[in-house]
Structures are given as structure tokens and as C-alpha cells.
Ligand binder design. Structure first.
Ligand code: SAM
Length: 229
């Protein structure tokens, strides 16, 4: 799986791939990444990539020409390029998307800046658009990195223990049950006693119940009646 980031600010993204799990995944060739900078494609003699909005309004928009040329080049080099625009005004990205997209060969994230991107670029090139939350970021770099991280965990081989993916929040529309590690008592706070008794079927039932309680409390919209019976 290769991530291609189209961004004016590659330095905002690169450090994330230079440490921890994603670095190991790159070193082991499970994932890879590259950058394209729209500024390298602009025909503007001052290397500008933004202009004022035609309809008026505050702020600048990324102009179509550099992005059209950049994305045409990316597509001509890679027929597997699957182009995603992080946008505040889009459907929310979720764990099912992360799993589905982990099967793609090349995901291209087009990072907006300023007040965003001329809509014609999105209309022409977007395979999908996603928001990462109901707030406005200064640019698409963080949003793209968040999605690339969540997708990478689901690429085969990236997590040393694939079982880590099975009991996580959002599997079966539930949040993960509370988890504990040693010591069993710490500053008078103890772990759930049942977890210590070694009866795996009881522990599993209890975890399922706690998982449902936690989901009802924090994310009631996730739990369906059928799943809580
Ligand atoms: N004017 C835009 C709007 O109201 O929807 C916001 C533009 S924002 C300042 C600049 C860029 O940041 C966007 O083009 C997008 O790439 C990215 N961005 C901002 N918030 C985001 C979010 N919640 N999810 C995904 N991308 C976001």
C-alpha cells in the first residue's frame, strides 16, 4: 500500500512516518509514502497556487490548474491511484472505511489549504471525500495523516499481532470494554476481580456486558437493540 500526499506542506506529515509502528511498517515494506507539491505544477510566474473566491467572501481558494496537472501526472503514473479529498464538508471517516481502504494499492490524499479547493477539482478527481470530525482544521495534512494511520493498522502485516484488530472499539458497533494491566492493585485501585479468576467464558461475557454499557453511555447511537440482547 502506498500513500501519496498532495500537499503544500509535506513537513507537517513526514515525521509521523518516521517513528514507531508506521516506521517499522515502512522498513518492512508493508506501506510506503510519497509527496507531490502543487506548487511544483503551477504555471503562475510567482508560483502562486491560490486565488480569491469568485463569489466573494473572506480568504483564498486553491486554484484548479496546479492540482489538475499534479493529479493528471499521478494518475498517468499509477492506474491504481484512488483519490481522497479530506473535507470538513463531507461524510465522517470511520473504522469500516479504514478497513475497506486498507485493500487499495495506492491512496492519494489531496490536502486542502486556505479556505479549501476549487470545487471543480473535487468533482473531477475525487473517488471519495471524508471529514474527520465536526470542526475546521487549518489544512488537510492532519486529516490525511489521521486517515493514513487508521488505514495502515488494517494493512496486513503492519500490526505484529493481527488479533489486536479483533477486539477493538467499533468492531460490531461497540466500544472496547475497560482494560487493565498489572499491578492488580495500584494506590488502592483494583482491577475488575472477575478478570483475575481465569474463567475465560465468564470473562468474555463480562467484557461483552461492560462493552455494551460503555457504548450506551458514550455512544448510544452505535448500539442496536439486537446487539444488546
Ligand atoms: N472553508 C472550508 C469549509 O468551511 O468547509 C474549510 C477549509 S479548511 C480551513 C482547509 C482544508 O482543511 C480543507 O480544504 C480540508 O482539506 C481540511 N479540513 C479542514 N477541516 C477538516 C475536517 N474536519 N476533516 C477533514 N479535512 C478538513
Amino acid at each position: 500500500m502506498k500513500f501519496t500526499f498532495v500537499t503544500l506542506f509535506p513537513n507537517l506529515i513526514e515525521p509521523y512516518f518516521q517513528d514507531s509502528i508506521l516506521k517499522r511498517a515502512i522498513d518492512s515494506n508493508f506501506i510506503d509514502y510519497e509527496f507531490y507539491n502543487p506548487r511544483d505544477y503551477t504555471t503562475n510566474k510567482h508560483l502562486k497556487v491560490d486565488k480569491q473566491m469568485i463569489s466573494g467572501g473572506a480568504g483564498m481558494l486553491m486554484t484548479p490548474q496546479p492540482l489538475f496537472d499534479c493529479l493528471d501526472e499521478i494518475k498517468s503514473k499509477n492506474e491504481d491511484a484512488y483519490i481522497i479529498f479530506p473535507l470538513a464538508a463531507a461524510k465522517p471517516f470511520n473504522q469500516n472505511d479504514a478497513k475497506r481502504l486498507a485493500k487499495k494499492k495506492n491512496i492519494v490524499f489531496v490536502c486542502g489549504r486556505y479556505e479549501g479547493i476549487d470545487e471543480r477539482v473535487i468533482e473531477k478527481y475525487a473517488n471519495e471525500v471524508f471529514s474527520i470530525g465536526e470542526y475546521i482544521l487549518t489544512g488537510g495534512e492532519l486529516a490525511s495523516t489521521v486517515m493514513a494511520d487508521a488505514i495502515s493498522r488494517n494493512v496486513e502485516g503492519v500490526l505484529g499481532n493481527a488479533d489486536s484488530l479483533v477486539m477493538e472499539s467499533y468492531e460490531n458497533n461497540l466500544l472496547e470494554a475497560p482494560s487493565f494491566t498489572k499491578p492488580e492493585n495500584f494506590q488502592n485501585l483494583s482491577v475488575v476481580k472477575e478478570f483475575l479468576k481465569g474463567n475465560h467464558s465468564k470473562i468474555s461475557d463480562l467484557k461483552n456486558g461492560l462493552s455494551i454499557c460503555k457504548t450506551r453511555y458514550f455512544r448510544p447511537g452505535l448500539v442496536t437493540n439486537k446487539k444488546t440482547k
